[in-house]
Ligand binder design. Sequence first.
Ligand SMILES: Nc1ncnc2c1ncn2[C@@H]1O[C@H](COP(=O)(O)OP(=O)(O)OP(=O)(O)O)[C@@H](O)[C@H]1O
Length: 265
Amino acid sequence: MRTAIQVQPSRRQPLLSVQNLTKGYGKTIGCQNISFDLFPGEIIAIVGESGSGKSTMLNCLSGGLMPDTGSVVYDLNDKGPTDILTLSEPERRKLMRTDWGLVHQNPRDGLRMEVSAGGNIGERPMAIGARHYGRIREEAQNWLARVEIDLRRIDHHPRTFSGGMQQRLQIARILVTKPRLVFMDEPTGGLDVSVQARLLDLLRQLVQDFAISAVIVTHDLSVARLLADRIIVMWRGNIVETGLADQVLDDPHHAYTQLLVSSVL
Ligand SMILES: Nc1ncnc2c1ncn2[C@@H]1O[C@H](COP(=O)(O)OP(=O)(O)OP(=O)(O)O)[C@@H](O)[C@H]1O
């Protein structure tokens, strides 16, 4: 597990504060009364079985879905704590391009498949004003090296890459602008076990190097153990347990968490 920044939470301002987030689909509960704070540099994993409400919650946080009730207060660089649900669509899009990033489970949803690997990495810097071609290309090369992709592939399209390479490229595409908050939806899902292990090592290194805060949705408890400082367990749309990652995994209190942990063992 990563070492959390050792500052008393009560003295720190949360980077993200989620209060009473609820989203239903007709009579079906998506997620209900979700509240938690995420502090700067912290990684939270949201775990739970299929249908427990993880994606609904992540989509409400990252702007893909409008919740029925609740607030998502983010400490904006220029304005300070602001409920992002009150931002206009262009303001939200700008936030997603700059201070936030979203890593999709399927890299095809996060990459532009008809654009070269270098072009994929250069897009976010260009969107926030980078114009010098040589510097953008150099930055793309640096990021390809960081995510262990052969620099000779810089002009190749991601569709010619393996699944693991595509996922690493998607991560480079997001992290190049050093977002303060990254949402990840099953970042290692759909990959072979050995490819998953390599990706997890890489992710752990990158979040440490760049002091990134992240909310990671995963049904894989080993991903949560390796990357997260804290774990939130969801069941039937509700949070049933939350705590330090090792605590939750080694000494689960709620019967559902106990079942989840024992099913992996
Ligand atoms: N678009 C939708 N329309 C109707 N019901 C939905 C929709 N999306 C999700 N649900 C329901 O909301 C509940 C939570 O689903 P959600 O996809 O958020 O769970 P999850 O934990 O992310 O599952 P998975 O890991 O399979 O993605 C489930 O009962 C699901 O059937």
